[in-house]
Design a protein around this ligand. Structure first.
Ligand code: AMP
Length: 388
């Protein structure tokens, strides 16, 4: 393996038109308002365009979707019908986001991109595959299903992306990922992105990637939260919702994502906020896929200000104007915490993460803080005077 340093982000660093992209890709990027490539884009796009395999240690928010998406679209340009590029994502939310991003990069081209994921009916997905979509974005479980039904043909695939590989591992998809990789001809090009590099992911990389370029952006997961101000507020359990309301009233903010451990907790907090006239909605596993999409879309279009979610339902949410993440309850693991707070501070912005800690959670908080090695500002919930 070969390592490449991150190019410096100075004013004299290269622009999108130095990366070897096609004119239509440059036009799409300009239309999206991307002025300069992010470090992962600078470092990953040229080797991917040359056909190299690649391992990208990059967090969400780094611009990794364009880093693989623009080369992917160049790869399938003018291809005959049939699957040529496959993107694996851990969740349907991320599958939809990647699909949407790819469509925005391919604007003006009549390129079919099929999104396939569980928890949704098969019919439209089967139709999209039958229509010969050259690009398929999907979750491993549903892709295996479709492969086994004979609806997904992988013999023509020559470009594969594993997006958020560590998250796929965490969700138990590693066998499915390997099964899919085994079904794809060896001559394919593979790009693997992962915020962290657990040994199981390194093993997949050494088994399925061919002499990859290795990029580590921003020191990887270590610095992933530097741009997020992390605070801890003391709040007894029965005052937590009151504390949340005070935070919503007292903070200079835009959209807010609140995390609860349980569906019931989500619903209770949501009902409370709605009764106070706050545009809040719950996001949890009892909602249908369509309802969940409606909630995320409402947040994106600013119809909804506050979403109160469980971890599973909120995975992969990418809404740039989320200024605050509030942990009504801390999660069990530091990884989940990091994933939660990464929903703010997107696209180069700053973010705030506030965790409400009840006395009985203090020990757990201290454990998390030591594991996270993060700087927490310990503060208090805004008072009436602060809010006024
Ligand atoms: P990603 O890490 O791919 O999820 O991208 C995070 C966010 O950054 C998305 O909302 C992108 O639209 C945005 N983005 C990606 N590349 C750029 C860029 N070069 N300039 C500005 N914004 C970007």
């Amino acid at each position: 393996m070969e390592s490449v340093d991150t190019p410096p982000g100075s004013a004299s660093s290269p622009g999108f038109d130095d990366l070897g992209l096609r004119p239509d890709a440059l036009a799409a990027v300009a239309a999206l308002g991307f002025e300069t490539p992010t470090p992962i884009q600078l470092a990953a796009i040229p080797p991917l365009l040359e056909g190299r395999d690649l391992i990208g240690g990059a967090r969400t928010g780094s611009g990794k979707t364009a880093a693989f998406g623009l080369p992917l679209l160049a790869h399938v340009h003018g291809a005959a019908p049939g699957v040529k590029a496959l993107v694996l994502t851990p969740t349907r939310e991320l599958a939809l986001q990647v699909t949407e991003a790819l469509r925005s990069f391919a604007v003006g081209q009549s390129l079919r991109i099929a999104a396939v994921y569980g928890g949704a009916s098969y019919r439209p997905q089967l139709d999209a595959l039958r229509a010969g979509a050259p690009v398929v974005v999907g979750t491993p479980g549903r892709l295996i299903d479709l492969l086994e039904r004979g609806a997904l043909k992988l013999a023509g695939v020559s470009f594969v992306v594993l997006d958020e590989a560590d998250e796929m591992l965490r969700m138990g998809f590693l066998d499915a990922v390997e099964q899919l990789l085994t079904a794809i001809p060896d001559s394919r090009q593979v790009a693997l992105f992962s915020a962290t590099m657990p040994s199981a992911i390194r093993r997949v990389a050494s088994r399925y990637l061919n002499d990859p370029i290795v990029l580590q952006i921003d020191g990887g997961a270590g610095n992933a939260t530097d741009h997020i101000e992390q605070r801890a507020y003391r709040a007894p359990i029965r005052f937590k919702i009151d504390a949340l309301v005070r935070i919503l009233q007292g903070e200079e903010r835009d959209a807010v994502l609140v995390f609860c451990r349980t569906k019931r907790g989500c619903q209770q907090a949501t009902d409370e906020l709605v009764s106070l006239g706050i545009a809040a909605e719950a996001l949890h596993g009892d909602l249908s896929q369509r309802e969940r999409e409606r909630v995320v879309d409402g947040l994106r279009r600013r119809r909804i200000e506050v979403v109160i979610a469980t971890d599973v339902a909120a995975r992969g949410i990418d809404v740039e104007h989320i200024t605050h993440v509030v942990n009504l309850e801390l999660p069990d693991s530091p990884d989940v915490y990091t994933h939660r707070i990464g929903r703010t501070g997107r696209a180069g912005r700053e973010g705030v993460a506030i965790s409400l800690i009840a006395p009985q959670e203090d020990r757990h908080f201290r454990f998390m803080r030591s594991r996270l090695k993060a700087e927490f500002l310990v503060g208090r919930v805004p008072s009436d005077a602060d809010i006024a």
